[in-house]
Design a protein around this ligand. Structure first.
Ligand SMILES: [Zn+2]
Length: 316
């Protein structure tokens, strides 16, 4: 009988669950609204129901449940320290509660770390020993895999690549520090640079009309649309985002000498403008020969990365 595990990707809006085979194939899937405002116990209850449904689809009892959760957490015991977008989760013992409810082994890991595991298992990092994933979105998450293993710190999630400081006098970051990569290349940072550029006298850009002359309507997706239509300022915003990302990635390349750095998430959809700038910066600044050897590639796993990686916590 084939081994399977249940994977859950806990997001601020949706909970996605899957029954995952030992080769990483998703055999069954189910989804529910998170309804985070109802508090952690209610959300945990919905996760348990979804896990139960997946269990029911398995030929033999799954080896356990893996959960990818937002925020810093202690993976050794499955305890959440806090979650930026879901109130009331401080110190919540998610792993223990689920294990109690389901009577099966439960592992909890940071969601971006789960995505990194999935890329290593079946995606753009397949076959590598050392790889790094950056997920670009509202924030910048990531995961670091060295010698085939996720890098975990001491009782806290490691791999917070979005909080590499690239300018000590830079803009304030959500983490409280200044000048983090996320403060420049997360959604808010990209929009702030776009506003600054569009505000400059003499700037001609179709973005101004596309946003209905309302800068509140600017978004990375809108800037990407303008860039694809050949708008100069929009292209320069994404090239600069790539250059700044490259600055952060240079540090990662020098420290870890990865075979591949993988970029995923919404912003990476504008990869045509971002990737060349990242590659240039890494080639120019990182130490030889790592700068020549490292590949910079797009994530390959798509939306199921989180739950597949979470199930992988049990299957590997
Ligand atoms: Zn930060």
């Amino acid at each position: 009988m084939a081994r399977t595990a249940i994977g859950i990707d806990l997001g601020g809006t949706n909970i996605k669950a899957g029954l995952v085979a030992e080769d990483g194939t998703v055999l069954a899937q189910a989804e529910a609204k998170t309804l985070a405002h109802e508090g952690p116990d209610a959300v945990m209850g919905r996760m348990a129901v979804l896990a139960g449904q997946m269990r029911g689809k398995a030929e033999a009892d799954p080896v356990g449940l893996g959960v990818g959760s937002p925020g810093p957490l202690d993976p050794s015991v499955g305890q959440i320290y806090f979650t930026p977008n879901m109130p009331g989760w401080d110190g919540y013992p998610l792993g223990a509660r689920l294990a109690d409810r389901l009577k099966m082994p439960v592992r909890v890991e940071n969601d971006a770390n789960c995505a990194a595991l999935a890329e290593h298992w079946r995606g753009a990092g397949q076959g590598t020993k050392t790889m790094i994933l950056l997920t670009l979105g509202t924030g910048i998450g990531g995961g670091i895999i060295v010698d085939g293993k996720l890098v975990n710190g001491t009782r806290v999630t490691a791999g917070e690549v979005g909080h590499i400081v690239i300018n000590d006098k830079g803009p304030k970051c959500g983490c409280g520090n200044h000048g983090c990569l996320e403060a420049y290349c997360g959604t808010a940072g990209i929009i702030a640079r776009a506003r600054e550029l569009l505000d400059k006298p003499g700037t001609v850009s179709m973005l101004i009309e596309m946003a209905g002359r309302d800068f509140e309507k600017l978004s990375p997706a809108l800037i990407g649309q303008a860039a694809k239509k050949g708008d100069g300022p929009a292209i320069s915003i994404y090239k600069e985002t790539g250059r700044l990302l490259g600055l952060g990635i240079v540090n990662l390349v020098n420290i870890f000498a990865p075979e591949v750095v993988i970029l995923g998430g919404g912003v990476a959809a504008n990869g045509a403008f971002i990737f060349p700038a990242v590659r240039d910066e890494v080639k120019r600044r990182a130490m030889r020969p790592g700068n020549e050897q490292v590949r910079i590639e797009a994530a390959a796993m798509g939306n199921d990365a989180g739950l597949i990686g979470a199930a992988g916590l049990l299957l590997h």
